[in-house]
Design a protein around this ligand. Sequence first.
Ligand SMILES: Cc1cc2nc3c(=O)[nH]c(=O)nc-3n(C[C@H](O)[C@H](O)[C@H](O)COP(=O)(O)O)c2cc1C
Length: 242
Amino acid sequence: MNETIQLLLNHVSVRKFKDQKLTKEQIDLLLKSAQAASSASHEQAYSIIEVTDPEIRKQLVEPCGGQEWTTQGHYFVFCGDFYRHQKLAKKYDTDIQDSLDSIDTLVKGVVDATLAAQNFIIAAESMGLGICVIGGVRDGIETVDKLLQLPDHVYPVFGLIVGYPDERNDSKPRLPQNAIYHQNTYETNKEEALKEYDEIIRAYYKKRNKDRTWSKSTTEAFSKYPRLYMKKYLQRKGWAKK
Ligand SMILES: Cc1cc2nc3c(=O)[nH]c(=O)nc-3n(C[C@H](O)[C@H](O)[C@H](O)COP(=O)(O)O)c2cc1C
């Protein structure tokens, strides 16, 4: 165990923040940390948009799931971004159309944005800040796109709220290691580990006054949000055409 691992193990999403702003130096360090992440072929295929305009933040709340904590702290939107690459291709008169159209490019943009975000998150937590990832931007994708004036080849993967925690739950237990760890080949028989986990998570949520198991709630959530409009949105914006 060391301090870094302890920090990772202490992670919990925060959904109530103090009315205290980060300094410019803190934001600069968070962005530097994000940029230190690995990137596929060093393409650095992401952008981070901080939404500082309170009016825009207000307009993002309802379409993105009505989550009131998204008006608190600072709000960053992590985007997969090949806008600059597409511009460079014109400059160097290079045909990158197949690459732009490829679904693999969407994966690269999402992975790059996510790795940068996770670095940002760890840096923030190391400063005593709290964070909450906001996948709700996918519920309001058209509104987000419009309000942030995103050009083609820029896709808002998720939002991230960062600030000083005003309330913190205990860290949430994860699946037993055996459920997610395989050696050499994929083992399909992990039911026992899931059963064991349901009891652990039921006890955890009891302390938060909720009666919930992981298997049922994750299945229900998965069925509830297919977001079938995403394909059309992404293709209109120049992603995943092939
Ligand atoms: C891609 C992604 C989207 C998420 N979207 C939301 C969200 O819209 N609202 C929210 O409150 N939490 C959101 N979360 C946070 C998860 O609910 C949280 O990470 C998960 O329940 C595990 O809890 P923990 O982070 O407290 O350990 C999201 C997390 C990820 C990775």
